[in-house]
Design a protein around this ligand. Structure first.
Ligand code: SF4
Ligand code: SF4
Length: 369
C-alpha cells in the first residue's frame, strides 16, 4: 500500500525544520539510501524571494541536503525556469546560496539527452536534462500551490522543470488542450520515474497560482516514495477532489503509481485530520474541453473563446519587461503603443504569461458567464 508521511511544522526556522525533516525522511526510508548520486529538483518558477511562496523554501532545501549528505550521498540540484538566468533565479529564491554552502553543484539543465518514455500514452521520448542519466535517484521538491491551468501543482507537475528553458513553450503549443497537456506531464513522469517527493507545505500558495497567488500558512511537510500518493494527499488537504484534477486523474488512470480505489497509508499525521475548508482553490466549472467531442471544431473554438478564462493585461501595473511575450508559445502577444496586446484568436489559454509575470500585471478573466 502506498504511504505518505506528514508532519506539522509551524515555521521556516532552521532548527525546527531540521528536527522535523529528519523524522519525516526516516519515516519514508531515506535513512537507508547511502552512497548514491541524487538529483534534487526544487520548484523555481521565476526569480522570487522565499516569502512570496513561489519557490521551495531554502530552509527545507538545506535540511534535505544535510540529511542526505550525512549518509555519504552525492547531491546535485537544479531547475530550469522558462527564460530567466537559472542561477540568478535560484539566487533570489535563496537556493543557490544553500547549494554553495553545502557544496552541491548547481545544475544547468541546458545539457540535454533523449529520455525514453515507452509507457507514455502521447509522448514516447523527451529531451530532458542529461543529468538524469548520471544519477541513481531523483527527488521532486515541490511547493504546495494552486495552478491556474492545472488547478493544482505538486510533485508530478514540478518535474516539467526538467524540460530546458523555452522548450517548455513548444510542449504547451503541441498540447494546448488541458487534458492532453496533463497526459504529457504524466508521460514525462513515466520517463523519469522519480523515486521520492518531499513537499514544502509550511507556507503554500492559494488563489491564482502558481506565480500570482497569495502565501497561505499550512504548517506541513509531506514525503513519500510515491509521487502520485503525495499529490493526491496534498490536493485533498487543500480541499480538492484529487480524482477530478487533470494530472492526477490521468496519473491514476495509467495505473503505475496507484490502482483505482487504492488506499493511502498515513504512518504519522493523518490526512483526514488536516483538511482545509477555506483554501482558495482554482475552480473549473466552465471548462470548454468537456464539450470537445460533441461539436465541430469551429463551434468548440468559439465556445472556448467565450467561456474559458483569458489573460487580461493591466497597463498601470505592467512594466513592459516583455517576458510574457518571450514565453508565449502561440506568439499571441505583442507590444503596441507601449502596451501589451493579445491576439485572442491565436491565444491557446496556456496561461504561461500569467504564470511568469512576477509583477502580477495579468489577471485571468472570462469574457462571458
Ligand atoms: S505583463 Fe508582466 S511580463 Fe508582460 S510585459 Fe508586463 S510586466 Fe512584463
Ligand atoms: S497569451 Fe498567454 S495564455 Fe495566451 S497563448 Fe500566450 S502565454 Fe498562453
Amino acid at each position: 500500500m502506498a504511504s505518505v508521511s506528514i508532519l506539522k511544522c509551524g515555521s521556516y526556522e532552521e532548527r525546527e525544520v531540521v528536527q522535523i525533516m529528519n523524522k519525516l525522511l526516516d519515516s519514508v526510508g531515506l535513512d537507508k539510501i547511502k552512497g548514491k548520486k541524487i538529483l534534487l529538483k526544487p520548484n523555481i518558477l521565476y526569480a522570487a524571494q522565499p516569502e512570496k511562496a513561489v519557490t521551495t523554501h531554502p530552509s527545507v532545501f538545506k535540511a534535505i541536503i544535510r540529511y542526505l549528505q550525512k549518509n555519504g550521498n552525492t547531491i546535485f540540484a537544479g531547475d530550469s525556469p522558462a527564460f530567466q538566468n537559472q542561477e540568478a533565479a535560484a539566487g533570489k529564491a535563496g537556493l543557490k546560496q544553500v547549494a554553495d554552502e553545502c557544496g552541491v553543484p548547481w545544475q544547468d539543465f541546458t545539457q540535454t539527452a533523449v529520455i525514453p518514455s515507452p509507457e507514455g500514452k502521447l509522448v514516447k521520448s523527451f529531451q530532458l536534462a542529461s543529468i538524469l542519466n548520471d544519477v541513481d535517484i531523483v527527488i521532486s521538491l515541490p511547493k504546495m500551490k494552486t495552478h491556474s491551468l492545472m488547478y493544482y501543482t505538486g510533485a508530478i507537475k514540478n518535474l516539467f522543470g526538467l524540460v530546458p528553458g523555452l522548450s517548455k513553450s513548444a510542449l504547451h503549443l503541441r498540447f494546448p488542450d488541458r487534458d492532453n497537456f496533463a497526459q504529457m506531464i504524466v508521460d514525462l513522469n513515466l520517463a523519469v520515474k522519480p523515486d521520492y517527493a518531499i513537499m514544502d507545505a509550511i507556507v503554500g500558495m492559494e488563489g491564482p497560482g502558481p506565480g500570482s497567488g497569495k502565501p497561505r500558512q499550512v504548517g506541513l511537510l509531506l514525503a513519500s516514495d510515491n509521487v502520485l500518493a503525495l499529490d493526491m494527499t496534498a490536493a485533498r488537504i487543500m480541499g480538492y477532489r484529487p480524482e477530478g484534477l487533470p494530472i492526477l486523474s490521468q496519473a491514476l488512470a495509467c495505473g503505475f503509481w496507484l490502482q483505482a480505489g487504492e488506499e493511502i497509508n498515513y504512518p504519522l499525521e493523518k490526512a483526514e485530520d488536516l483538511l482545509f475548508k477555506d483554501y482558495r482553490l482554482i475552480h473549473h466549472l466552465h471548462d470548454a474541453s468537456m464539450f470537445r467531442d460533441y461539436m465541430p471544431d469551429w463551434v468548440f473554438r468559439l465556445i472556448k473563446n467565450l467561456t474559458v478564462k483569458r489573460p487580461v493585461f493591466n497597463p498601470k501595473i505592467c512594466r513592459l519587461c516583455r517576458e510574457c511575450a518571450r514565453i508565449c508559445p502561440a506568439k499571441a502577444l505583442f507590444i503596441e503603443e507601449n502596451r501589451v496586446k493579445v491576439n485572442y484568436q491565436k491565444c491557446i489559454r496556456c496561461y504561461c504569461c500569467h504564470e511568469i509575470c512576477s509583477h502580477h500585471a495579468i489577471t485571468l478573466k472570462k469574457k462571458v458567464f
